[in-house]
Write a protein that binds this ligand. Structure first.
Ligand SMILES: Cc1ncc(COP(=O)(O)O)c(C=O)c1O
Length: 402
């Protein structure tokens, strides 16, 4: 410790010095986070000078390198500059944001839409902006962290129900009596399990209890529904879901997010969502890139077909190898391994074999249910999916998972 540090001992930072778990994993070569990618070419990335098949992105339609997306982003960069340098509320709204809002509202069949700078902020803004004192927000226990954080930020009462337990939700809705206002919010596709929210039962339940229903379609836009418009469209319930949240960081190949719903609700959020008002607007290059990605999403349904073909190939391949992929029914395919140490060893062996996956460990999941989260893209070739399956097969046997 240097003299300066000794003099300036700050008790608050003792816990930081005492935090050694990540350093121990780094020393053991079993640290999977913050790995710098030095080159990315669609389904293949370069890390530490070696190529890996990317089986851990959310780039479902493979649009991050599409020439039209890149051209649109470059043209907007030249026309509008590199940043908005201010909030949507003040100097940061561009005509491009309004064009995108109109396009997205039409796409998800809602009256209006509001674009945020990230998907995280879209959920944060929706829940904290809409839900007030004496109101109740109901969350599935596996809802994304941005929904949970939005709920904590709001003044509303927060009630959580077990994942997918609609009988439990109904009991809680009944117990609360008739609050001033209530909203049930769920992920359309759950990001760690890959299962789809049971909207056919949630819709009547929310209606019966006078609650609004919001669906976070981060992993469903471009993936579910005949036109890729998400979970509500998948179930033919577009008009029955009150609010749809989406992100641009997955199928739409950029960053940013949106909330869509009735015009008067969106108007209210525009004036009450602090994560919209007190942060800088989405840069023009990203906004134009999303508009171009949306064009491709809508005009090339064959991409969605290829995504599902790859999903079936990976999921059925893993199942026939004997892996437990839980309730997954989408391009998110979690591979249950079990304890943390074994999961990190399998992750590292796959990585060394040239396959990039994401380990999911506590607190995101219980200690005995660690998993590798794999996901496919429309642009993976069958050979790339088979390459990953071969790596899973060899490695799982080696560490005794099978
Ligand atoms: C279900 C869900 N909602 C919201 C988000 C936040 O989106 P973004 O990363 O685009 O901010 C994510 C991102 O991982 C997500 O999985």
């Amino acid at each position: 410790m240097s003299t300066l540090q000794a003099i300036q001992h700050v008790p608050l930072f003792d816990k930081c010095r005492g935090f050694t778990a990540a350093r121990e994993a780094q020393a053991a070569g079993l640290y999977p986070y913050f790995t710098p990618i030095t080159e990315a070419e669609d389904t293949v990335v370069t890390i530490h000078g070696k190529t890996k098949v990317m089986m851990g992105s959310n780039n479902y339609l493979g649009l991050t390198h599409h020439p039209k997306v890149l051209e649109a982003a470059q043209a907007a960069l030249r026309k509008y500059g590199s940043g908005c340098t201010g909030s949507r509320f003040l100097n940061g709204t561009l005509d491009l944001h309004e064009q995108l809002e109109a396009r997205l509202a039409e796409f998800v069949h809602k009256e209006a839409c509001l674009v945020f700078s990230t998907g995280y902020q879209a959920n944060l803004g929706l829940v904290s902006g809409l839900m007030g004192r004496n109101e109740v927000v109901y969350l599935d226990k596996l809802d994304h962290a941005s929904i949970v954080d939005g709920a904590s930020m709001s003044k509303a009462q927060v009630v959580r129900f077990n994942h997918g337990d609609l009988a439990g939700l109904e009991r809680k809705l009944r117990d609360e009596g008739r609050p001033q206002g209530a909203m049930v919010i769920v992920d359309g596709v759950f990001s760690m399990e890959g299962d789809i929210a049971d909207l056919p039962h949630l819709v009547p339940l929310a209606k019966k209890h006078g609650a609004a229903l919001a669906v976070d379609d981060a992993h469903s836009i471009g993936v579910l529904g005949p036109t890729g418009a998400g979970t509500a469209e998948h179930f033919g319930l577009t008009d029955e879901v009150d609010l749809i949240v989406g992100t641009f960081s997955k199928s739409l190949a950029s960053i940013g997010g949106f909330v869509a719903g009735a015009e008067y609700v969106i108007h209210f959020l525009k004036h009450h969502a602090r994560p919209l008002i007190f942060t800088a607007a989405l840069p023009a290059s990203n906004t134009a890139g999303v508009l171009a990605a949306l064009d491709i999403l809508q005009s090339e349904p064959e991409r969605r077909a290829a995504l599902w073909e790859n999903t079936r190939r990976l999921a059925s391949g893993l199942k026939s190898l004997g892996f437990d992929i839980g309730p997954s029914e989408t391009p998110i395919v979690p591979v249950l391994i079990g304890p943390l140490d074994k999961t990190l060893v399998v992750w590292r062996k796959l990585f060394d074999a040239g396959v990039f996956t994401n380990p999911v460990v506590p607190p995101a999941v219980p200690p005995s249910q660690c998993r590798l989260r794999a996901s496919v893209m429309a642009t993976h070739t069958a050979e790339q999916v088979d390459f990953a399956l071969d790596a899973f097969a060899g490695i799982a046997r080696a560490v005794g998972v099978l």
